[in-house]
Ligand binder design. Structure first.
Ligand SMILES: [Zn+2]
Length: 559
């Protein structure tokens, strides 16, 4: 695409041409958007392709090109004069046209995110990079011997000896103490940077620029807390019984290292059934392709452009990718025929169809998901099917016996995983909120206060370390974690609405969505097509009849 060099001279032009009185705020904005998109669209598309090249080749030249383009984009959004212009328009309350007003919001928050003082910004970026580097280079030790993450994972999932488990668990947290001083400095720097913009602290700033409000998140998480208290207590009691038996200890002697995952964010593998065997003789790509075609959201074009299999130098993870907001949508994956990759391809194609089915007539700035958590929700909605017994039964032609076995075990696993993740997300949300409100408090104690409150796991004996800082999200993706939970909530709310109102079923018991074109069509019209035309909670209200609530998540998974 040709890059159009444009110098922004708004809002001077309209004044010269027409005089201020006759040019409405809406006209000024429309003109601004036109010029802005001329600059931002080609840059964004180039940056996207650079990212794709970097991820598929692993070449440092491609990464450098991507970083350079990102910097160019950030440069545009850091323009103070343009930000002042947008702020003035927003405060004037004279932009009434719904489409223009939504574009103004998107622009305003994109600029606001980039109004941090450049000198401070540089210090933040440098410090962030230094911590990440330290983190990546650090190796925990067990009795003086260096161990890797996979050593820790193996010990925590298979070792029966409590002392060895404790050593491995502690090894996984050691990096916390190594980076915590820098991390607290980073928190303070982030706070300092946003106070200049009129915010109490960085947590509030991140929430507000993400078009959310702290009060609303507090309300949602409080409700989630209350609704999951009792079911989680029951689940935890049952799990503790199983684990204590397994290790040959009393339940009151269970400690954080007995729970398989270093943060107890994943359910221990005690209720698990190996689902991989069912997928081994199938092609997960074909299964996904057939399924999406069946719901009337075909993905053949997406798959044809995608990079699906493992290769030297290639990014080992997976993501959905919208190159140009004009239909070049792809996914990157490293497929294997097992359950994990079945879930992953359904998930990433969920992201991809969100982008593919944006209404092409909407303006460029609105051809995006309503929020990052709403595209996560669509991805989760479809990704969840890889463990759905009815889905597996029909897609894999399983015998009745296997079906019943999966139904029983897999459902139990899914339920425990969901309730457990909800409690973990509560820890993350409240810790980050308080971390930024007062980084000088005793954070190690605060961390364990929250874990005892939400996860019902007792703190370890002896002095507390800064193990919490070993959660890399605090460094590289600050104040974002709550969105994973919101994604789960919306996925369940949408599921509930589709089952009872669109498919008009009496229960969701054997719903697999296979061949349910009505459901696919509803999702396309109400969620995917509008893109960012509506504020996320307005979109959710229009799609499901009410604003985002944890009610349906609890109804779906906690019975
Ligand atoms: Zn995702």
């Amino acid at each position: 695409m040709k890059r159009t060099p444009v110098v922004l001279i708004l809002p001077v032009i309209p004044v010269l041409l027409f005089g201020c009185s006759t040019v409405t705020k809406e006209q000024q904005l429309a003109k601004f958007i036109k010029l802005h998109v001329c600059k931002i669209e080609p840059l964004t598309t180039q940056a996207n392709y650079a990212y794709w090249d970097a991820s598929t080749t692993g070449k440092s030249g491609d990464y450098d090109r991507y970083k350079r383009l990102q910097l160019d984009i950030r440069q545009i959004y850091s323009n103070q004069r343009e930000f002042a212009f947008l702020k003035n328009l927003k405060e004037s309350d004279q932009v009434r046209d719904a489409r223009l007003s939504r574009q103004l919001d998107r622009l305003y928050y994109s600029y606001l995110q980039n109004q941090i003082d450049p000198a401070l910004m540089k210090r933040i970026v440098d410090l962030d990079a230094r911590i990440t580097e330290k983190y990546n280079r650090f190796r925990g030790t067990i009795e003086g011997k260096k161990v890797t993450n996979s050593d820790v994972y193996r010990i925590l999932t298979t070792e029966m000896d409590s002392h060895k488990r404790e050593l491995a668990w502690r090894a996984s947290k050691q990096v916390g103490d190594a980076i915590v001083t820098d991390l607290i400095e980073l928190v303070k720097l982030r706070n300092k940077a946003v106070r200049k913009l009129g915010f109490d602290n960085y947590h509030t700033f991140a929430i507000v620029t993400g078009e959310q409000s702290v009060a609303e998140l507090d309300r949602i998480f409080q409700e989630l807390y209350e609704l999951t208290n009792e079911p989680f207590a029951n689940y935890k009691r049952e799990l503790d019984g199983v684990l204590a038996d397994m290790y040959g200890i009393k339940t009151e002697d269970l400690r954080p290292w007995h729970y398989h995952d270093p943060f107890f964010q994943r359910t221990p593998l005690v209720f698990e059934l190996d689902l991989d065997t069912y997928y081994r003789n199938h092609d997960v790509k074909e299964l996904a392709q057939t399924f999406y075609a069946g719901v009337g959201l075909p993905v053949d074009d997406i798959l044809a452009r995608s990079d699906l299999y493992d290769r030297e130098g290639k990014n080992p993870h997976a993501f959905g990718f919208d190159a140009d907001r004009k239909g070049d949508v792809r996914i990157l994956a490293n497929l294997n025929n097992d359950e994990r990759w079945m879930e992953t391809i359904l998930h990433e194609l969920g992201h991809a169809i969100y982008s593919k089915y944006h209404d092409p007539n909407e303006p460029y700035l609105l051809r995006e998901p309503a929020h990052s958590f709403t595209t996560e929700a669509i991805a989760m909605f479809f990704g969840r099917l890889s463990r759905n017994a009815d889905w597996m039964h029909r897609m894999l032609n399983l015998p009745q016996d296997d079906y019943r076995k999966i139904q029983k075990v897999s459902w139990k696993y899914t339920q425990s995983q969901q309730v457990l993740f909800a409690r973990w997300a509560l820890v993350m949300y409240h810790f980050e909120k308080q971390l930024y409100a007062n980084p000088n408090q005793d954070l190690n104690s605060l961390w364990w206060d929250l874990i005892e409150k939400y996860q019902y796991v007792k703190r370890p004996p002896g002095p507390l370390d800064a193990g919490w800082a070993s959660k890399l999200h605090f460094t590289v993706a600050p104040c974002y974690y709550h969105n994973y939970m919101l994604g789960e909530l919306f996925a369940s709310q949408l599921h509930h609405y589709l089952v009872y109102n669109v498919l008009q079923r009496q229960s969701d018991e054997d719903v697999s969505y296979i061949g349910e074109k009505q459901a696919g069509d509803y999702i396309r019209r109400k969620v995917l097509a509008p893109g960012a035309l509506y504020y996320w909670n307005d979109m959710i209200t229009q799609a499901t009849g009410e604003p985002l609530t944890p009610k349906y998540f609890v109804q779906q998974f906690i019975r």
